[in-house]
Design a protein around this ligand. Sequence first.
Ligand SMILES: [Fe+2]
Length: 274
Amino acid sequence: MSASADVVTNERVAAVSTDVLAALHEVLGRHQVTEAEWRGVLDFLTDVGRADEFVLLSDVTRTSVLIDALSHAAEDGGVTASDVEGPLYREDPPWRERPVKIYADYEGMGEGDVLIVGGRVTSAEGEPLPGAVLDVWQTGPSGGYDVWDERQPAYNFRGRFGVDDSGAYEFQTMLPKPYTVPTDGPVGRYLELVGQHPWRPAHIHFKVEADGHVPLTTQVFFPGDPYLEDDTIGAVKPELVRPLTRREDGSELGLDRPFYTCEFDIKLRPASRS
Ligand SMILES: [Fe+2]
C-alpha cells in the first residue's frame, strides 16, 4: 500500500486487511489446510523475514508486477513505462562524472561486451529536462550483482549521473546476462516446491527523477534473450525491450573489439497529472 508517496491510512489498512483475511480464510477452508501445514506456512514466512526476502517473494509471486500495473494503470502512452524495482537496489550509489562509466574491471569478469547506453530525458511532450538525474544498477557480465560477487568493488555496475542541457545522457557499461534470483534461502525453497525456475532475462534497472515530474522506476531488456517470454518475476514489457546495435570498430572507446550501443529515450509524467 505504499507503492507511491501515498499516505497509508487506518481506513485503507482496515478495508484491505478485512478482505485479505476473508480471501485467506476461504482458501484455507477450501483446501482443508491442517494445523501442521499452517505451522509450516508461518515458519516459512518467519524465514522469509529473517532472510530479508519479502521483496523477492513479492517479485517471484508476481505480486510486485500486479502492484506496478495497478499503480500506473491510468497513465497514457506518452510516457515511459514503469517497472518493478526488485530487491537489489542499494541506497546512495556513487555519483559518476562524464564520461560516465559505471564499472571497474574485476578479476573474473570474463570476456564481456562493452555497452554504451544513451538517450534523452524529456517531458511527455518532448521538452528536455536538463535537471534530470538517472540512477542505474545491473549485473556484471559474470558473477551477477556486486552484492553477490566478492570479486567486484562495492557499487560496481551502479551509479547516479546527470543529463546535459538537451536532456541527453550516456553511460558505459557491459552487456548484462540473464541470472537467477537468489535460490539459497526460503524463496528458493518455495520456487523449487512449486516448480518455478529462478531465471530473469538480462536487464538494466533505472530510476529517473526531474523536478516537476513523477519519479520513474523501470527496467530495460534486450531482444533475443531466452527468458524474455518467461521472466520468473514476469516484469518484461514489450515497450521496454530495446534493440542493440553492434559496432565493429571499438577503437573510439580504446577497445580492440566490437561493442554495442542501445538507445533508450525516457519521457516522464508531469507531477500535476498524478
Ligand atoms: Fe535486476
